[in-house]
Design a protein around this ligand. Structure first.
Ligand SMILES: Cc1ncc(COP(=O)(O)O)c(C=O)c1O
Length: 373
């Protein structure tokens, strides 16, 4: 069994994917060809934003979003302590200071209370709070009902990191449509993944859309490629990747999202008697980038991993350490007391295989092994 079997999906969509790849090769329009524009339009319509600007990967997408909002040195950007490194790495590379918040113990997403605490601390230190990047971890949107009013109260821009959240929703409003600007990643293992690196930024603001198109092409002017008006980066989605994503987006919206939710429900129904299964808030929908449970402690987690491993069932630890524990931020002083739930999650979390094509008997086999321990 694979942790996320991408070959099964390819077999299901082979004809359309192969035809799309062949058409791109035939056209030789490898950079910003027609499929890129078509994909951008379809993605914007799917998430419910006016504009979508694709780019090289999700990390670049966060960086582009921050650049389009003029966030840089001296600015403080709040990010959850428990997320993939890119959420904090992107502001840091622009010279901004990522300040970490704790997470909610049951959803793994940014804690709104901790966010407000960290904002107050930052203000007391005389620093400038500028933006917040909630990450929709494991596929569930962050609690925007509570985060957006806090951001408004303190004048913060909100950048939704929907790298894992694409397809999730709150009361039908889709992930990648929250806050001022939002991003996603098409890394192969993401809910909507391509066959290499890829990412996208979403906005409703026509000026930000124009600026993003310039920033992803070294700051060029719209009319003249050799008239560079500001410093940008070179980050585009290959036409080949767009051609691969088009049939995948169709399958994702027609049945994959529904199917992956069935897999998650099956796990939860069986595992909740013995493990802390992931909580999806009322009226929220997850796209299940990961199915992550909490074991009782590290000893139980090791035992579960070993038992599954003996049966050729792979598991992952997302994430083994918090951001405030990363060497990259070693020059700063943190108090572990601020990150109680993040630290606890690193010790107890365990992600199980999940993807829309995982069969019922495979989920059942995993659960049986875990329940007999
Ligand atoms: C929460 C989160 N943010 C950002 C990224 C960065 O995306 P990419 O790997 O496409 O650069 C990822 C990808 O793993 C992610 O999980």
């Amino acid at each position: 069994m694979q942790f996320r079997d991408l070959k099964i999906q390819y077999k299901a969509l082979k004809e359309e994917i192969d035809a799309g790849i062949a058409a791109v090769i035939d056209s030789s329009a490898f950079i910003l060809g027609k499929p890129v524009t078509e994909l951008e339009e379809k993605l914007a319509a799917y998430v419910g934003r006016k504009y979508c600007v694709t780019c090289g990967n999700g990390t670049d997408a966060i960086q582009l979003a921050l650049m389009a909002m003029d966030i840089g040195p001296e600015d403080v950007v709040f990010v959850p302590d428990y997320t993939y490194f890119a959420t904090a790495g992107a502001p840091a590379i622009l010279g901004a200071t990522p300040v970490f918040t704790d997470i909610e113990p049951d959803t793994f997403n940014m804690s709104p209370d901790s966010l407000e605490e960290q904002i107050k601390k930052t203000l007391a230190e005389g620093k400038t709070p500028k933006a917040v990047i909630p990450a929709d971890l494991f596929g569930q949107p962050s609690d925007y009902d509570r985060i957006l009013p806090i951001a408004e109260k303190y004048g913060l821009k909100v950048i939704e990191d929907g790298a894992q959240g694409f397809g999730g929703s709150i009361r039908g409003k889709r992930a990648c449509s929250f806050g001022d600007i939002s991003i996603t990643s098409f890394f192969p293992a993401k809910p909507l993944g391509c066959y290499g690196d890829g990412g996208a930024v979403f906005t409703d603001d026509p000026q930000i859309d124009r600026r993003l198109r310039s920033l992803r092409a070294l700051g060029k002017s719209p009319e003249d490629k050799y008239d560079n008006r500001e410093i940008g980066i070179n980050s585009r989605l290959d036409t080949l990747q767009a051609a691969i994503l088009l049939p995948k987006l169709k399958a994702f919206s027609e049945y994959e999202l529904e199917d992956v939710n069935k897999v998650a429900d099956r796990y939860t129904e069986r595992l909740r008697e013995k493990y802390v299964t992931p909580k999806v808030l009322s009226a929220f929908q997850s796209s299940w980038a990961q199915y992550t449970i909490l074991c009782e402690n590290e000893t139980q987690r090791t035992a579960v991993r070993e038992a599954l491993n003996r049966n050729d069932i792979p598991t992952m630890i997302y994430y083994p350490r918090c951001l405030h524990q990363q060497k990259a931020f070693a020059g700063r002083t943190f108090s572990d007391a601020d990150y109680r739930h993040s630290i606890d999650a690193t010790k107890r979390c365990l992600s199980l295989p999940i993807y829309p094509y995982l069969k019922e008997e495979e989920t059942d086999r995993i659960c049986e092994i875990m329940l007999t321990l």
